[in-house]
Design a protein around this ligand. Structure first.
Ligand code: ADP
Ligand code: MG
Length: 485
């Protein structure tokens, strides 16, 4: 039997507001437990929630970026359930009338060696509050509750069940992550729980049009866990069905240490939550003028920037797509070209996609933490283009700059000076070296004269070796051709 995998993702993005979604207490991460939850967050008697304007504006920004419908009127609802980290007994969320409906996200996904552009439709995105957090201390055999997170604003972003592999789900999640951080609506910190995904996974025989029964894996807080959890869950469901069992709709947890999912509870239906409109909050109304105002304050979006890079810098579409994958990378590129000059726009792109990206990958860090500034890199590229150094020497200098960071603006020049790396472009000096090499390599000279082109490259190699890589390659070639007739 051939199986098709069906995946829909629900992502909780924490909106990066200063204060909670319905109260004035701080959302700052890492404070002493239970110092940042106030009576409103706990719904103590006599308190009333008040909507945070900034949270709404961030939802509007996201809606504009993905082409969603922004509801002129949306409604907050109480989702009723008891859990130790939710002592008030209900979560304020949106149910029937969410703030955003529809919209789509496109991304490139690489599968079986092929790159494909895929578009996923979004079902909805709604505003809600986060719950507190239970902390389990094994050595004390106790659990504690930290309510600091209670009332933190979340945007829950729900896709249609349109993804067909773990690779597609991860590519979607990465693109969504890049978009929300680009917009600045979410800080994207996955370790701190600011961006977490629930994966809904089912399988069905290839060709079948109805969906199979799904399981939902909760709270995946890294792309790695998202991918592994889906792959594990798919294998589990296939094994189960092929050995005569049936998938039971359930909520499962992923355990990265044992690399397996475990059942948490069999799935509840929405009627179990007894949703009803929150009587303490008026409907949220969003006017066309408000949307226009928010739009005016938004940063340039990745797609617009990609088009601009192709047009203004004359770089290929592929380069533009890579450079606009994050705002930090795009900013670095623009700074680099601004300093190095338009003539070096393509070389700048090559360096960022080449040596710079490899260094970042090797050290698993982001461009915003690169130890080489755009200005320092620009000078290095200028020294290649003005013939001071070869590309090969530049790579070595770059590695030096990366390994020992310094604030010095003319760092490349200092290294060239200190290590005597300046290219030998003085023809008198080069000519002498070429003569010596020819005298010492009579065999290659004869081979070349008898028609063996390869011998020429061997001679170039010998000259470069004699100059310790510093010979100007163009001049070395020219001199050799001249001398060999
Ligand atoms: P809830 O999880 O709150 O019950 P929904 O029923 O709306 O909410 O579904 C949530 C997610 O599950 C959506 O992302 C949707 O695309 C996905 N989904 C629904 N049915 C399936 C299915 N059969 N297989 C995989 N994903 C599914
Ligand atoms: Mg769900």
């Amino acid at each position: 039997m051939q199986w098709e995998v069906v995946i829909g993702l629900e992502t909780h993005a924490q909106l990066s507001t200063e204060s909670k979604i319905f109260s004035g207490s701080s959302t700052h991460f890492g404070a002493e437990p239970n110092t940042q939850a106030n009576p409103v967050d706990l719904a103590l008697p006599g308190t009333l929630p008040v909507m945070n304007r900034d949270a709404v504006e961030k939802a509007i920004q996201f809606g504009l970026a993905i082409g969603a419908d922004i509801a002129p009127v949306s409604v907050f609802a109480r989702k009723n359930y008891f859990y130790p980290d939710l002592p008030k007994g209900y979560q304020i969320s949106q149910f029937e009338k969410p703030v955003l409906s529809g919209g789509k996200i496109s991304f490139v996904v690489e599968q079986q060696g092929k790159q494909e552009l895929k578009t996923v439709q979004l079902t909805r995105a709604h505003l809600e509050e986060d719950a507190g957090k239970s902390l389990h201390e094994d050595f004390l055999d106790m659990s504690g509750i930290d309510l600091n997170r209670a009332g933190t604003p979340l945007l829950e972003i729900v896709t249609e069940p349109e993804m067909r592999s773990a690779a597609e789900a991860v590519a979607y999640a990465r693109t969504l992550h890049a978009l929300v951080t680009w917009l600045g609506v979410c800080d994207g910190n996955m370790q701190e729980g600011s961006f977490r995904c629930d994966a809904n996974v089912s399988i069905r025989p290839k060709g079948q049009t109805t969906f199979g029964t799904r399981c939902e894996i909760k709270n995946l807080n890294s792309f790695r866990n998202l991918e592994d959890a889906i792959n594990y869950e798919v294998a589990r469901q296939i094994d189960l069905v092929e050995s005569g069992g049936t998938v039971v709709q359930a909520t499962r947890l992923y355990d990265p240490d044992n690399r397996e999912t475990r059942e948490m509870r069999t799935k509840e239906d929405s009627q179990d939550y007894r949703y009803f409109p929150d009587p303490d909050l008026p409907p949220l109304t969003i006017s066309a003028e408000w949307i226009e105002k928010v739009k005016a304050g938004m940063p340039e979006l990745p797609e617009a920037m990609r088009t601009r890079f192709i047009r203004d810098y004359g770089i290929p579409e592929y380069d533009a797509a890579v450079l606009t994958q994050s705002k930090a990378m795009a900013d670095y590129y623009e700074k680099l070209v601004e300093t190095a000059g338009m003539k070096l726009a393509k070389q700048s792109a090559n360096w960022l996609m080449g040596d710079v990206s490899s260094a970042l990958n090797r050290e698993n860090t982001g461009i915003d933490e690169a130890p080489v500034t755009p200005e320092q890199l620009a000078l290095l590229l200028t020294r290649i283009s003005d013939g001071t150094i070869s590309n090969k020497i530049a790579k070595e200098i770059f590695a030096d700059m990366w390994a020992s960071p310094s604030g010095e603006a003319n760092r490349a020049d200092s290294i060239i000076e200190a290590k005597g790396l300046k290219q030998i472009s003085d023809t008198g000096e080069l000519e002498k070296i070429v003569d010596d090499v020819l005298a010492a390599n009579q065999k290659s000279v004869e081979e070349f004269r008898s028609g063996k082109d390869k011998a020429f490259n061997a001679l170039v190699g010998q000259v470069m070796k004699a100059t310790r890589g510093k010979g100007n390659p163009a001049q070395v070639n020219e001199l050799l051709r001249k001398k060999l007739g």
